[in-house]
Ligand binder design. Structure first.
Ligand SMILES: *Cc1c(COP(=O)(O)O)cnc(C)c1O
Length: 388
């Protein structure tokens, strides 16, 4: 019996393991020098001034929303075609969420919908304070236009780039924050690089940076200029706002810094495998991923859409046919607004039809650095058989 092929998995090298072991033998398991080294490596790679490492992208999104000033009675918008964390983060701040339906080609939030919704929201006084574009599958949103709209309508942009480290938009790397206030990465094992669990916020703004650093660790400062009275001594700190323990460990940061050395290799391999899929699948009754000229995707996901009118099986039957052959394909994403929790707060099926239609047809095929060409051939054969 042949082994299963997952949709994504990490690649851990001997150097990665060595980097973690070295931390275990050092003085610092957390709050040590590895954190700064990892933050510097990511910030320099992306071309951003500052980076703040935290224990997950979910935490990163939460403190980014807080740093943007999102609070009760504020509104924020994101895409319905994302992991629930992109929307939950603003709810943690007691803000109200709304969604912008997706573009049928990129599966990112639609620019036309965003513009339409902003015009309408202006007339009803319900403009968003924060918009969270998600670079779905690793392909950048149309940041140039979104940045223009942010100036026109006065919202702050937080890029959810959980899929997109190593990708580019025009002349900039994702994470440069050239078009946004803050950018968030995830280092979960299925993502492009991993720290086990982990995330990061990047920014070019020093006051956002200071705020993010405080929120990561309880809202505590050791900066005398921010304290309300003179320092009592070398042990002294003050808590000046309500923060969290969202710190990353040095073990994780060392793994992350080591993984950064292979980031370009990881993304190049994903491109290579994606173009093989493109070539082998393009004549089948499926839609292969469309790529915008402005974007160099990190290819976190390779998503096909079934042309169900041309296939004798249902969406679920195609999934089951793949599973029977050991191909653990997946589906990104269940539209967030259709989740029971989100229906509870007022959303309904039918609210974002493009995202819902996409959900009826999409399949994420296995794509990861260590996927061999032999295994990829198995996936291609299984898809060919399942859709014909
Ligand atoms: C994975 C992911 C997250 C959450 O990342 P964690 O590091 O697991 O918290 C958020 N947004 C998107 C788009 C993701 O894919």
């Amino acid at each position: 019996m042949s082994t299963h092929i997952p949709y994504g998995r990490q690649s851990i090298s001997k150097d990665d393991i060595q980097a973690v072991v070295a931390v275990l033998e050092s003085d610092w398991l957390t709050q040590g020098p590895s954190i700064e080294r990892f933050e510097r490596a990511v910030a320099d790679y992306c071309g951003a001034k500052y980076a703040v490492a935290v224990n997950s992208a979910t935490s990163a999104l939460h403190i980014a929303c807080l740093a943007a000033g999102l609070g009760e009675n504020d509104i924020f918008w994101t895409s319905p075609n994302t992991f629930v964390a992109s929307a939950n983060c603003g709810l943690y701040c007691r803000a109200r969420v709304d969604f912008v339906d997706i573009d049928p080609r990129t599966y990112n939030l639609s620019l036309e919908e965003l513009e339409r919704k902003l015009r309408l929201a202006k007339t009803t006084g319900k403009l968003p304070k924060v918009v969270i574009p998600v670079h779905f599958a690793g392909q950048s949103c149309a940041m140039d236009r979104i940045a223009e709209l942010s100036k026109q309508y006065g919202f702050t942009i937080i890029e959810d780039a959980s899929h997109a480290i190593g990708g580019r938009y025009r002349a900039t790397r994702i994470g440069s924050c050239a078009y946004s206030a803050m950018t968030v990465f995830s280092f979960h094992p299925v993502k492009i690089i991993t720290t086990g669990e982990g995330g990061m916020v990047l920014t070019n703004n020093p006051s956002l940076y200071d705020k993010l650093v405080r929120l990561r660790s309880h809202g505590i400062t050791r900066d005398p200029s921010l304290m309300e009275e003179e320092s009592h001594g070398p042990w002294y700190y003050q808590q000046i706002e309500l923060g969290f323990n969202y710190r990353m460990t040095d073990l994780q940061a060392a793994l992350g810094a080591s993984q950064m050395k292979r980031l370009d290799e990881f993304v190049a391999r994903r491109h290579f495998l994606s173009s093989l899929y493109d070539k082998e699948l393009q004549d089948l009754p499926v839609i292969i991923p469309w790529q915008h000229d402005d974007a160099y995707s990190a290819f976190h996901l390779y998503v096909i859409r079934l042309r169900l009118d041309k296939i004798g099986r249902s969406h679920l039957e195609v999934f089951e046919a793949l599973r029977e052959r050991g191909i653990l394909a997946s589906l990104h994403y269940i539209p967030v607004h259709t989740q029971p929790y989100y229906r509870e707060i007022g959303f309904m099926p039918g609210d974002f039809p493009e995202a819902e239609k996409y959900y009826q047809e999409a399949i994420s095929l296995p794509l990861y650095f260590g996927l061999s060409e032999v295994d990829q051939e198995r996936v291609i054969d299984a898809v060919r058989e399942a859709v014909q």
